[in-house]
Design a protein around this ligand. Structure first.
Ligand code: URA
Length: 203
């Protein structure tokens, strides 16, 4: 059996040549995601932006810098978690991904989740939260109502905790969102500690 990193590399190679929807036409390259291939925690954004499209890496622009600072604030580095998007190619002019693009692309995310087996999934923003919650049969109204709530769900046959947060880019527009994201990262830290305790008990 191939190890997790090699399996993730196979998916990244498929994404590179993906033509399942129109998004590849205007994009420079696919952005599969990166991080610890067996991370306990998976962060999911919407779609690559300009900097991500140029570099091939997720969350490297200003929203990414804020995400990094939030992670560092709770004692985590990017390399301790996995960061991915629901859509792997940049939508033109950073428009929101369309339903058929999300449908075409999310089998890649599902495969990544099967390989990584995270205990905690953090969808960031409206689109990622809508996909993840509806995929697990949870009711989703809007991100303001869902953020900071814990959803204990079964995802692809495994028990996971899902906690939606506002998209990090929202922090750039309003101090209100910035404060809410900071508050939710404190919850993420507590969740991580709980997961680690449970792991030691069950070992
Ligand atoms: N916004 C996202 O949703 N994903 C990225 O990778 C960058 C910005």
């Amino acid at each position: 059996m191939k190890n997790q990193q090699l399996l993730l590399n196979d998916i990244a190679a498929e994404i590179k040549y993906c033509r399942k929807c129109r998004l590849h036409e205007a994009a420079c390259q696919g952005v599969p995601g990166e991080g610890d291939p067996s991370a306990d925690i998976l962060f999911i954004g919407e779609a690559p932006g300009k900097n991500e499209d140029l570099s091939g890496r997720p969350f490297v622009g200003s929203a990414g810098k804020f995400l990094d600072s939030m992670l560092n604030g709770i004692g985590l580095a990017r390399t301790d978690v996995f960061i991915a998007n629901i859509v792997k190619h940049r939508p033109p002019k950073n428009r929101a991904p369309k339903p058929d693009e999300i449908q075409a692309c999310t089998p890649y995310l599902d495969s990544q989740i099967k390989i990584i087996k995270p205990k905690i999934i953090i969808p960031m923003g409206q689109h990622a939260t809508n996909y993840i919650l509806s995929r697990t049969g949870a009711d989703f109204q809007n991100i303001s109502a869902a953020r900071g709530k814990l959803y204990e769900r079964v995802w692809l046959g495994r028990q996971v905790i899902i906690m939606p947060i506002y998209h990090p880019a929202a922090s750039l527009y309003s101090p209100k969102y910035k404060a809410a994201i900071k508050e939710d990262f404190q919850k993420i830290q507590a969740l991580m500690q709980e997961c680690q305790r449970e792991y030691k008990v069950n070992k």
